[in-house]
Design a protein around this ligand. Structure first.
Ligand code: IMP
Length: 214
């Protein structure tokens, strides 16, 4: 696996919530990281049907535009009773006609779909958050890191922290949702920790182990 030799990278994202979390995670490693949003790169269309394909589209677009290694995240909520939806379409479920996103509406859509299927008990509402990080170099080389966290979809939403679908996701073994956790609790990881909690922190830990550590 290729190591990252530079301390300057682009975070290939336009999503403020993700950018903040990646900045938290990468902070201790002393990187200078600008986001694709800050650099005013165009947001590429996510035409893939897998998290890996969409992560590669985003990372490769930023690596090409900047001439620097770029780290992207493609993520989503996979709900078992909804045949894996919204999955790679998690951001699309929040989209309004004017192109803006409304996550209260998106969480309600998930709840309505679960209710239509009679999924009222926690064991019928199992789900996982998935994050695939792609590190792309300007020469086209890519590496992928996948993190997942199991949990259940709760209703009503709880907590105002985090972003996206955090208020309806309760990770297994916890009685709080991601929306009720501080960023530190949600990541559940800092350099040297043997385990991480969130899907993104789990993927990030693999990135550190494979691309940063000697
Ligand atoms: P995409 O990866 O840009 O296609 O979007 C993934 C979508 O999944 C985001 O817009 C979020 O709504 C949702 N998502 C991904 N990770 C998280 C998370 O950690 N908490 C809450 N929602 C998330």
């Amino acid at each position: 696996m290729r190591k990252l030799e530079t301390k300057t990278i682009v975070v290939a994202s336009h999503n403020a919530g993700k950018i903040a979390e990646i900045a938290d995670l990468i902070g201790p490693f002393g990187f200078s990281a600008k986001s694709a949003a800050e650099l005013q790169f165009a947001e590429p269309e996510e035409t893939g049907t897998t998290f890996e394909e969409n992560a590669a589209i985003k990372a490769q677009a930023s690596a090409q535009a900047s001439g620097l290694p770029a780290l992207s995240d493609d993520s989503g909520l996979v709900v078992d009773a909804l045949d894996g939806n919204p999955g790679v379409y998690t951001a699309n479920w929040a989209e309004l006609e004017d192109g803006t996103r409304n996550f209260d509406m998106a969480m309600q859509k998930v709840e309505t779909a679960l209710a239509e299927r009679g999924a009222t008990q926690p064991q019928q509402r199992t789900a996982r958050f998935v994050s695939v990080l792609c590190l792309a170099w300007p020469d086209g080389h890519t590496e992928f890191f996948r993190g997942e966290v199991e949990g259940t979809v709760v209703w009503p939403p709880r907590g105002k922290k985090g972003f996206g679908y955090d208020p309806v996701f309760q990770p297994q073994g916890y009685d709080t949702t991601f929306g009720e956790m501080s960023a530190e609790e949600k990541h559940g990881w800092k350099p040297g920790d043997p385990e991480a909690l969130s899907h993104r922190a789990r993927a990030f830990k693999l990135f550190v182990e494979h691309c940063l550590e000697a």
